[in-house]
Structures are given as C-alpha cells and as structure tokens.
Unconditional design. Sequence first.
Length: 209
Amino acid sequence: MLRINNIEYSYEKEKQKYQYDFSLKAGETIVISGVSGVGKSTLLDIIAGFLTANSGEIILDKIKLANLAPEHRPISILFQDENLFEHLSVEKNLGLAFSKAIIDKEKIAIALKNVGLMGYEKRWAKNLSGGEKQRVALARTLLRNKPILLLDEPFSALDKKTAKDMRLLVKNLVKQYKWHTIVVSHNIEDAVELNAKNYIMKNGILKKT
C-alpha cells in the first residue's frame, strides 16, 4: 500500500497551497487530470524526493519515503521531457535503468520489442523522432521495475494506435509486477484504457472524481 497522508506543499512566492491525500494498493493505477499549473506534476516531484513537502507523510508499506534520498527511493519516473542522452545509443540509454554496471542486453531487447522498437539498440538517441524518444524513455522507466511507477504525460507524443498499444503494455506490466502507478494526463483515454481510478487537481486540492 502506498499512502500519501495529508501532504501539503507551497512554492516560494506563491500563496497557493497544494494538498494531496489518498492511498493506492499494489497493482492499482490512478490518473490525475487538471489544467496546466495546478500541481499535478508537483505531486510526482514530492514522491520522488525532488521537492520536500511542508507537512504530511509518504509511506510505502511501512517505509517512510521522506527519510530516503531520491536515488534510494523505490521509484521509476518518466518526466514530460523524456530526458534521453542525445549523444548515447538507445542501448546505452536503456542501460541506465540498471543499478549495476553490467547491461542486460536480453532485457533491453525485450523492452524494445514491447515498445515496438525492436532492433533500435545501436541507433543514436539524437536521430530518433519525438515518438520514438518517448517510447525509449518509457521502456527505460519500465525496465527499472520499482514498486512505485510515476508517469507524467507518458503517451502525449505518440500517434493514436501507438498510444493505445503503450497503454495496454503499461496496464499489463502494472498488473504483473504489482506496481503502485500514478499517471498525470490530460487525455481521458489514458484513464479508461489503463483501468485507472480518476482524480482531478482543482483549486490546489486533489480529489477523486
């Protein structure tokens, strides 16, 4: 169980407070919608440890995540900006998903096949299209296989068919590996096809719809 207990956060020079309170079982997904700038991505940054909440707790089972540095949190995160290293090959970008120096080429090949990019290992990231970059970034995030999966607009750069395929992939992997998954999205199809619970961020408060 992932519990976001009465988290509050406010940016300096802003009067608006952001409030989050919910729980998420292993294998469940929630999709958070809302207009731009209302605090959706802020929640992901707090869970990942890039921002520190003013109050409240983040607890995975019995582990208080606030006590852990970002690099030690059991989290995989995909940002809106996919953050690939342009000067590296696809294979080396995916290799960053592994904590050890040894790259598991078999797992990388399977991940690329899953996202429809089989055989792209040696391609340079700088030569990929926007949709291809997003799929490589998604593959890298899923390869990390951590208990908490955070996705910020993960399908926004994809065509309709590819987005549908990627939603099915994520849904199946969440079910298989029992990830606690939080998705920020403006697309209603994400919630439907991910079989997710709907939340909306409005007036600084996250509420279930």
